[in-house]
Write a protein that binds this ligand. Structure first.
Ligand code: HEM
Length: 530
């Protein structure tokens, strides 16, 4: 008789054999596509957290490290990856056209289970599927209205001046900031707090009032940077280790705070409705929070308090780090590419002169948006989208594989839309490493051209609901910063600008993509500003 270890080994071998048999069937079905063997799947916990890269162990960061070679090597815009030791077979995709076909049909291509686990705080629009998703999307969409976006603009403008009024920014005309993400993160957080939750935090306030063991904004930062680990290993955070307990407390604080806000706002809204006969209800509906509360009051048990909390959390998560880091990356690129910065500065001056920009300037400030898009293209902060066919599905596109065969994707195989691959696809974005904002100049957000091939905010029915929110915030803030400051990089001795880019603009990729460390920049006040 085998020992316990012997039995365990037999079980492991049987599980592995089953996995490999399944993998073999999938590879056979997708024979038109090139295949690459790796040790672990990148969206398993082992593939996500062990900080090491090799061709056999590419993890998520492999998409970045291999950005020039991954698809060129096989002359194909889709590759089947086969994890030999752990994880399921998946297809990685760099074709914008095929990705758009997939993203357009949410019934045929739903999100896979692994993409819908981000609901520790409650069901939400990002992670739900089918009818549940429709319910959530219907509830939140009206909140992203023109009024909300105008509010985003005004709040961003006001926060810019509050930032300038701090000691750090008043201390001289030439400033060096070792970490610019500190400011963009604060901005993104406070804009969401104000326009999402009607919660007017000031630049210097930390929101630490009333009973929370940690300030709420720090809790949000902690929570959004520990999402992957938390989802996979929640129990670890309950171990008696102070660092881990602190993270656990941040999650509990955020949950507590969101629940309390929902309860009190609901009570207030009930009172308002009673006193005014519903006349004042509108004031609660022009921000995301009020709209969700109203939806929960209208839909009763179909959309309860926990759905409201789930969505509030997801807005923090989806809209906070993505916006903050795309702003960092835009500033870094403008600092590196001084010619582009000067061109942008001259354009901004020609539109606004010395005055502040207003939301009606948004179309005239298109070059600011091009810079933001170009930075997002180079460093897609949301870097993957996961889908899976609900039935065996044939994909046909002449660019997909060199053999130009149609490709069958078997039911259940995960397709990863690779936003690094699609955003650098040489058919649409030649010279993919260059920061070239003018490539967007023959396009507009509404015409079917380059913007149409760009998936940084996704496309189709599940397109980012906060896209306009993010671009209003970005265009307003970048216009103000670029109007008033010349931004530059600080090179090490003997370092070239290209080397600075290699050294500093090194991403880490988990739930989102951000730089691995600080992005230091210098700011010189432009003398021409009155
Ligand atoms: C530069 C900033 C942003 C980027 C690059 C970005 C990108 C994306 C992408 C790629 C998706 C599709 C995800 C998928 O289908 O798997 C998405 C969805 C979403 N985003 Fe954003 N986003 C940004 C800002 C925001 C903001 C500011 C908010 C809210 C205030 C937000 C809320 C959402 C939500 C709720 C969804 C889910 C929509 C649905 O599934 O129906 N995002 N975003």
């Amino acid at each position: 008789m085998p020992s316990i270890l012997g039995w365990a080994a037999i079980v492991v071998v049987l599980i592995q054999l089953k996995r490999l048999f399944k993998a073999y069937a999938a590879i056979k079905a997708m024979k038109g596509l090139p295949t690459r063997f790796i040790l672990f799947g990148p969206i398993t916990i082992i593939g996500a957290i062990v900080p090491f890269y090799s061709r056999w162990y590419p993890r998520l960061i492999g998409a970045w490290i291999e950005r020039h070679t991954r698809y060129a090597e096989f002359n194909s815009e889709a590759i089947v990856f086969v994890p030999v030791l752990y994880g399921d077979v998946f297809v990685q995709l760099a074709s914008p056209e095929v990705s758009k076909t997939i993203l357009a049909d949410i019934n045929a291509w739903p999100k896979p289970d692994v993409a819908v686990t981000l609901n520790e705080m409650g069901e939400n629009v990002l992670t739900s599927r089918g009818d549940q998703w429709r319910l959530h999307r219907r509830a939140v969409t009206p909140a992203f209205s023109n009024e909300t976006h105008t509010n985003v603009w005004e709040v961003t403008r006001s926060l810019y001046y509050q930032m300038l009024d701090t000691e750090e920014w008043r201390s001289g005309d030439k400033l060096f900031f070792p970490s610019i993400s500190k400011y963009t993160t604060r901005l993104a957080l406070l804009v969401i707090a104000a326009c999402g939750f009607n919660m007017q935090l000031q630049w210097n306030e930390d929101g630490s009032s009333d009973g929370l063991t940690s300030p709420i904004d720090r809790a949000v930062v902690t929570v959004s940077s520990t999402i992957v680990e938390r989802l996979n290993f929640a129990w670890i955070f309950r171990l008696p280790i102070e660092g881990l307990r602190k993270i656990d407390r941040a999650w509990a604080d955020l949950h507590f705070w969101l629940n309390r806000e929902v309860r009190t706002t609901k009570e207030e809204l009930h009172k308002v409705m009673k006193l005014s006969g519903g006349d004042n209800k509108a004031q609660y509906e022009n921000n995301v929070f009020g709209r969700l509360i109203a939806a929960s009051m209208e839909n009763g048990k179909d959309f309860d308090d926990s759905d409201v909390v789930g969505n509030l959390f997801i807005f923090f998560f989806a809209g906070h780090e993505t916006t903050a880091w795309t702003l960092v990356n835009t500033l870094a690129m403008l600092a590196l590419y001084q010619d582009e910065q000067e061109r942008l500065y001259n354009h901004i001056r020609s539109v606004v002169g010395d005055r502040d920009p207003t939301p009606t300037d948004y179309p005239d400030l298109a070059p600011v948006l091009w810079c933001f898009y170009e930075a997002l293209r180079l460093y897609p902060t949301a870097h993957i989208m996961l889908r899976t066919p609900s039935e065996d599905t044939v994909l046909s596109d002449p660019h997909l594989v060199a053999s130009k065969e149609n490709v069958l994707i078997p039911k259940g195989v995960i397709v990863i839309v690779d936003l690094i691959g699609t955003s650098r696809n040489p058919r649409h974005f030649p010279d993919g490493d260059a920061f070239n904002p003018l490539r967007w100049s023959n396009s507009s957000e509404t015409s079917t051209n380059l913007f149409d091939q760009f998936l940084g905010f996704s496309t189709g029915p599940r397109v980012c609901v906060g896209k306009r929110f993010a671009t209003f915030e970005a265009v307003c803030w970048l216009t103000l910063i670029m109007r008033d400051w010349k931004v530059d990089v600080k090179l090490n001795e003997g370092e070239t600008r290209e080397q600075w880019r290699e050294r500093v603009m090194k991403p880490v990729m988990l739930a989102t993509m951000r730089m691995d460390g600080d992005v230091p920049l210098t700011f010189t006040r432009r003398t021409s500003k009155a």
